[in-house]
Write a protein that binds this ligand. Structure first.
Ligand code: GLU
Length: 238
């Protein structure tokens, strides 16, 4: 049987908040109860949102809680070569395109399950004259992505209807979370992802990318999201 490899992947946008601590404890206990490894990845890709000192503060909190990680910490800010290669792999399959739309231009689109705008495919067949390339998106189709979550049960999503072609490289040049997480879970040979249910709606996008990139899909377990009044005001993930 393959050896269990779990992970915790905090974003250093501030001190470890309660919701993240739940994900940390949940992923740690799952890994340890299965005699597995528990890896750590610092998701410091979104440099404009990263807070100086937050990554170290998170590590100190984990240590103070007695949660020791296995192996070296992966820092996403050092992994752009791998993300570029994955994007090139998708590009070679004709699956990506440059998008020139601003958020305002698609503001009248419907909202997907995570509250983000469903991209209507405006630039899929080329940029309209005068439009500048901003983000890079991946084409999705109506194939239903089905998966079994170990807590939430069987779930499925029609990406074309519920999300639309989604961003892999943002207008500010940064690689998007959805691409980075898939590349890194594969690189760290993660067999089991345990995280908060706020990421449940992202999972079909990640499974879609795993399939297109020929990467193995880990098992998923989404813990009920812990939140407080301040968390409820947080914006949806893009
Ligand atoms: N970095 C994400 C967060 O802190 C978690 C990503 C993941 O577990 O896939 O919300």
């Amino acid at each position: 049987m393959e050896k269990y490899r779990g992970r915790f992947a905090p974003s250093p946008t501030g001190p470890l908040h309660f919701g993240s601590l739940v994900a940390a404890v949940g992923s740690y206990l799952e890994a340890k109860s299965r005699g597995g490894a528990w890896l750590l990845r610092m998701e410091d890709l979104d440099t404009p949102r990263a807070q100086p000192g937050a990554a170290d503060a998170i590590l100190r909190t984990l240590e103070a809680c007695g949660m020791a990680w296995d192996g070296d910490i992966v820092y996403q800010s050092r992994r752009s070569v791998a993300y570029r290669a994955a994007l090139a792999h998708l590009e070679a399959q004709g699956l990506v395109y440059a998008c020139g739309c601003s958020r305002r231009e698609i503001a009248d689109s419907g909202l997907g399950p995570d509250g983000a705008l469903i991209y209507p495919g405006t630039c899929r067949n080329g940029l309209a004259p005068g439009k500048q390339a901003r983000a890079i998106r991946v084409c999705v189709d109506h194939e239903r992505i089905d998966f079994e979550d170990l807590v939430q049960g069987n779930l499925n999503q029609d990406l074309a209807a519920e999300v639309g072609d989604f961003v892999l490289r943002r207008a500010d040049g940064l690689y998007a979370y959805q691409l980075a997480v898939v590349v890194d879970d594969a690189e760290q040979k993660i067999t089991d992802v345990v995280r908060g249910a706020d990421l449940l709606d992202s999972t079909p996008r990640q499974i879609y990318l795993q399939r297109r990139l020929g990467l193995p899909a880990p098992r998923y377990l989404h813990l009920p999201a812990a939140s407080n009044r301040a968390d409820r005001r947080r914006a949806p993930r893009r």
